[in-house]
Design a protein around this ligand. Structure first.
Ligand code: SF4
Length: 466
């Protein structure tokens, strides 16, 4: 790692950047224009967020609070638990812990800190992680492996489907940093009693682990209040999903990122509710005025991202959609699979409800929720079985009137690379064009954005979509 990169504490730096960015609209236009001159690598990303108005500002505030929680955790007597986006933070908040989610921190770094994030990724390899490990964890994890972040107290993850690279990254981090480690198993099936009972016992063991690490008793009353807050969040998310169904939709492409990033950071926490309310208010205003979510004012095409979005430098991908007049109906990360969403009708057995009537019921709810998180839900086995990747994508593409489906992942994602071609062929047989992107969502050294953009343009032209 270059010496200059080692000069910065990663959490402090990202927290300061997002905090300053959230304050930008409070200044004069001249101040904002001058600030943009000094941030060449994330000028468009910041501009795109701020152009959304109150939702973008609230999103930046939320990210800055996420970092502040991390940088002040130990001063407040709290412990930091490193975890994954495939595991809900709700139970950690109920335990009074500060979650630190590697993938979220990598995505933020990939968007704003071009000159450092790649050094972190490579540092992971220098100390023993394979180059083919998922860049989603390896980016920010590199900073912690190099001692450039806050001290992690312990690590909790789950095994997201068959994703060996994800699970191994956390096991590696625990071993390298010499930290206590707990790994939840993934449910082999979703919704049946035997697997559910097993999963609840697994969560009880995890709570035992958290109690041992913190020396505190787990409070089911606190869990109940977080679950109730989540009920409010899920209701707003369902309203946003309804508006995504409209053609044209009043939802801008970047909203879907805000919906899932907020959930990964603050599910069940009022911080996320505040942001969702702002998203809904702005979208409703646009819907009532009959204004599409796209800046171009015209919706020319609708895409469904069947996997994840493209996050590298400056969020070029969202700007690309805006420029071309393409509505983003969401990705595998967008949906929460709560039973109050319209898509649950088309995906029988895939959704879950919330029950706070007893401690056991609450744990069952959390277990069911975790089982619906990305990858755990639909990429945990054969792609063409009931309720899995193919089923889910076809149902969503039809419901949201998607004109095409786009795959974008990471180089390390062996579980999707192993099945994406037959998956794409099966979807094409149903009359929906599919494009496979060959970049890495977090590392644009794999394929430059310019090349990705050209391939996207070629796909839309050759298939007669634009
Ligand atoms: S993006 Fe792919 S490789 Fe990375 S955690 Fe998800 S399934 Fe695993």
């Amino acid at each position: 790692m270059r010496a200059e990169v080692k000069e910065y504490n990663y959490d402090w730096m990202m927290g300061s950047i997002t905090e300053a960015a959230a304050k930008l609209p409070a200044g004069s236009q001249k101040e904002a224009d001058l600030s943009f001159r000094y941030i060449p690598y994330f000028r468009y990303a910041l501009g795109a967020l701020l152009e959304t108005g109150p939702p973008g500002v609230q999103f930046l505030k939320m990210l800055s609070h996420y970092y502040k929680n991390i940088t002040t955790a130990h001063d407040q007597g709290k412990k930091i638990v490193a975890t994954t986006f495939c595991s809900t933070p709700l139970i950690f908040y109920a335990m009074g812990l500060v979650p630190l989610t590697f993938e979220v921190l990598t995505a933020v770094g990939a968007m704003v800190w071009k000159r450092g994030m790649f050094d972190y990724m490579d540092y992971g390899c220098e100390v023993g992680m394979p180059e083919t490990s998922c860049s989603a964890q390896r980016g920010s994890l590199g900073a912690y492996l190099a001692g450039l972040g806050e001290t992690i107290d312990f690590i909790v993850c789950d095994s997201p489907g068959v994703c060996d690279t994800n699970a191994t990254a956390f096991a590696f981090a625990a071993e390298y940093l010499d930290k206590p480690f707990f790994q939840l198993n993934y449910p082999s099936t979703i919704g049946d009693e035997r697997s559910q009972a097993y999963h609840v016992e697994d969560f009880k063991a995890m709570i035992g682990f958290l109690e041992k690490q913190t020396g505190k008793k787990f409070s089911y009353d606190r869990l109940e209040s977080y679950l109730k807050e989540m009920e409010a969040q899920d209701a707003i998310t369902a309203d946003l999903e309804d508006m995504l169904l409209l053609v044209p939709t009043p939802i801008p492409p970047i909203y879907t990122l805000m919906i899932y990033a907020g959930r990964f950071c603050f599910a069940g926490h009022p911080e996320y509710t505040r942001m969702l309310e702002k998203l809904r208010n702005e979208a409703q205003k646009r819907m009532k005025a009959g204004v599409p979510g796209l800046k171009a004012g015209v919706e020319r095409l609708r895409v469904l991202m069947c996997y994840i979005d493209h996050y590298t430098v400056d969020m070029n991908f969202y700007n690309y959609l805006e420029e071309r007049g393409i509505a983003n109906t969401g990705s595998i990360l967008t949906r929460n699979f709560r039973d109050n969403n319209p898509y649950c009708q088309s995906l029988e057995g895939s959704c879950y409800g919330v029950d706070t009537s007893s401690p056991e019921a609450m744990l069952e709810t959390v277990a069911q929720m975790n089982a619906r998180l990305p990858m755990v839900r639909s990429i945990r086995g054969p792609y063409d079985q009931h309720g899995m990747w193919l089923d889910e994508c076809l149902a969503l593409a039809r419901l949201y009137n998607a004109d095409c489906i786009i795959y974008n992942g990471t180089s390390g994602c062996r579980n999707t690379w192993g099945m994406v071609k037959p998956f794409a062929r099966d979807i094409e047989k149903q009359g929906i064009p599919v494009h496979i992107m060959y970049d890495d969502a977090f590392d644009d050294r794999v394929e430059s954005w310019e090349a990705s953009k050209e391939r996207l343009d070629e796909f839309f032209t050759v298939r007669g979509l634009l």
